[in-house]
Design a protein around this ligand. Structure first.
Ligand code: 5RP
Length: 262
């Protein structure tokens, strides 16, 4: 029931539910990864099963692919889709220019490829993800396992000349072992605290041998649907320069909440 959800989960849910309205019959849709994106996939699955919605989904991780199939969404690969109408995904941080840090769930590489191959990227997030400056959330970078410690040293050295407050980095772990991405790579989390020039940092990091991709999404996101714990949503469109307010009714979705809370 809705009463069992935390305010953050409610905020994630209403953002996801509102963003599901962007999906129309016949679209090819990039499906993000993470807890907020999982709410979206569930909402879309419900619309497929009960509302007759017909679209093809391109998942950004094996986790999302498994969930999408489970809830009844037709899954295709990016190569089959070639280009997407829209991608809807979560984020770890977003700023006033709708630049993002992503990759908290370790899927940043597929997420960036899929979002970049879309006419529109819509981010769904609870209000706690909004920041004035990116960087409090550790910036994930995907690196190939070969020579990863050398890559890490090179990254830390390069950060000396970057406009950041911190330079520490850590290898993401999964218990006793390194976390492995869907592409078989490692993740380094950069503890930068504050990123003064995200655009420059993204370019410089991607120049380094051993780095596959970084979690900064610059000029990729078009719209952020921000959710609040009381059911309010705010739709911020960077291209239109508009901010729209909305509110979702929890009562209609009790079954879905029960499903998701399990
Ligand atoms: C996964 C991501 C996620 O979108 C990001 O970590 C947000 O996750 P959540 O919705 O669980 O807060 O980038 O790689």
């Amino acid at each position: 029931m809705s009463g069992e959800l935390s305010p953050i989960d409610k905020a994630k849910f209403v953002a996801a539910k509102r963003a599901a309205d962007y999906v129309e019959d016949g679209m090819r849709v990039g499906l993000g990864t993470g807890s907020t994106a999982a709410w979206l996939v569930r909402c879309l699955g419900e619309q497929v099963r009960e509302g007759g919605l017909r679209f093809k989904g391109v998942p950004t991780s094996t986790r999302t692919a498994d969930l999408a199939r489970e809830v009844g969404i037709e899954v295709i690969s990016l190569d089959e889709a070639k280009w997407l109408d829209i991608t809807i995904d979560g984020a770890d941080e977003f700023d006033g220019d709708l630049n993002l840090i992503k990759g908290g769930g370790g899927a940043l590489l597929q997420e960036k490829i899929v979002a970049t191959a879309s006419d529109q990227m819509v981010v769904i997030a609870d209000i706690g993800k909004e920041v004035e400056h990116l960087g409090a959330f550790p910036l994930p970078i995907e690196v190939i396992p070969f020579g990863w410690q050398t890559t890490q040293a090179l990254v830390e050295e390069t950060l000396i000349s970057m406009d950041v407050l911190g330079r520490q980095s850590s290898l993401r772990m999964n218990g006793e072992r390194p976390f492995i991405t869907d592409e078989g790579n490692y993740i380094l989390d950069l503890h930068l605290q504050r990123i003064g020039n995200p655009r420059q940092l993204a370019l410089v990091i991607n120049q380094m041998p051993g780095v596959v991709e970084n979690g900064l999404f610059i000029d990729i996101c078009d719209v952020v649907v921000v959710g609040y714990g009381d059911g309010r949503v705010e739709i911020r469109d960077i291209n239109e320069g508009t901010v729209e307010q909305d509110r979702l009714d929890f009562l209609e979705t009790d079954n879905l909440f029960t499903d998701l809370a399990e």
